[in-house]
Design a protein around this ligand. Structure first.
Ligand code: AHR
Length: 365
């Protein structure tokens, strides 16, 4: 790849793309999750030119079904037959290792760096090093909140996921005639923007409604973590809770095992209303069977969006600073057609609730 050309135009591109940045509000038209074909075709053209593009990808880890799908998506988008040499590092949820991986990419003089940041802060120094080396950085999934030295971000509006979950619970409890909500939350990895956004969004509704959040602990986005936290909750809050919010599906799978072992029933018309995030295939199967009441999708297939950004940069085009994934909300029962809430951009939105069918769960990742 023509590294010098990209390095030369990086400063100008970043100056353009930073306009409107600075917060999770939507300053870019909704992607509709439809960016894949352009990236795939452009990558094939690069391969035909015989000009290999090197990309370093510092991935969070391998903690969930979501993460597995994300890794595969990026590996597929930057495959050798599309003209890429992908250097993949699984950072195993270790922030220091992730910074080191980025520094190694700089040393290896890759053409582009893709980062899915484990935590949202602590990035400015290493991103300055990337900038000084003339290597464009693309951020996916989670956000970096203390630096704007990256060309583009592609991911989810986590705050809206939390707001939607809270709003759904409010409307659902009302429809079911449940007035007293006592809630346990199993959070995702502390300091990640996914954990922060989902926690803050849900809490905003909980505070407004006067619900009791009995406890909120880190389950690290893993099945084991979800199970361990739920085992402890079942002992500490025996008979006191009727809602469990898990911040991803794998935590929900662990929490279900723990509740079953403790004799607590969950799902449609059971002891506990169970809410989850991600909407992976297994998660949606549990929604369909009525074990999970509602599942708020987080869309992981962002690889082709990255490839599309790389190809635009190769062509000297400007790229959007932010691209938001489109994410449906899934439910087990046909009780509420939609929810209406004020999103993180301050807009009142009405969003459809999708009752899970075979087709929906099989179409998921
Ligand atoms: O950052 C996205 C979150 O991280 C997903 O919800 C979770 O499954 C993953 O590990």
């Amino acid at each position: 790849m023509k590294k010098r050309i990209v390095a030369g135009m990086l400063t100008a591109l970043m100056a353009v793309s930073m306009v409107g940045c600075g917060g999770a509000s939507s300053d870019t038209a909704d992607s509709g999750n439809a960016g894949s074909d352009a990236g795939a075709d452009a990558g094939t053209e690069a391969a035909a030119d015989g000009d290999v593009i090197t990309v370093g990808f510092a991935q969070v880890g391998h903690e969930s079904d979501w993460r597995t799908a994300s890794t595969k998506s990026v590996q597929d988008a930057f495959s050798a037959d599309k003209g890429y040499d992908l250097q993949f590092v699984d950072c195993d949820n270790d922030s220091a290792a992730q910074i080191e991986a980025v520094r190694q990419f700089i040393q290896d003089d890759v053409d582009y760096i893709v980062i899915d940041p484990i935590v949202s802060t602590g990035w400015d120094t290493v991103l300055t090093e990337c900038e000084d080396a003339g290597i464009p950085v693309i951020v996916i999934d989670r956000t970096i909140d203390d630096s704007d030295k990256y060309v583009s971000w592609v991911g989810s509006e986590f705050m809206n996921e939390g707001l939607a979950a809270g709003t759904w619970l409010k409307d659902y409890a009302e429809a079911k005639g449940i007035s007293d909500l006592n809630i346990l939350v199993i959070e995702g990895s502390n300091g990640s923007s996914a954990q922060i956004g989902r926690t803050d969004g849900f809490k905003k509704i909980a505070d407004a409604e006067g619900w009791t959040i009995l406890d909120s602990q880190d389950g690290n986005f893993t099945q084991d973590g979800g199970q361990q936290v739920m085992e402890s909750y079942c002992k500490s809050y025996e008979g006191q809770f009727n809602v469990v919010v898990c911040q991803n599906d794998n935590e929900a799978f662990g929490a279900m095992d723990a509740m079953t072992a403790a004799g607590v029933s969950y799902g449609v018309d059971k002891d506990v209303i169970l809410i989850s995030f991600d909407a992976c295939k297994s998660g949606l199967e549990f929604v369909q069977s009525g074990d999970i009441n509602a599942d708020f999708m987080c869309y992981p297939l962002q690889g082709e969006y990255c490839a599309d950004i790389v190809q635009k940069l190769e062509a000297g085009e400007t790229v959007d600073k932010q691209t938001f994934m489109t994410e449906p909300w899934y439910v087990a029962e046909d009780i509420l057609p939609s929810i209406t809430y004020t999103n993180n951009a301050g807009e009142e939105v009405t969003e459809e609730l999708v009752v899970v069918t075979d087709a929906a769960s099989q179409a998921s990742y």
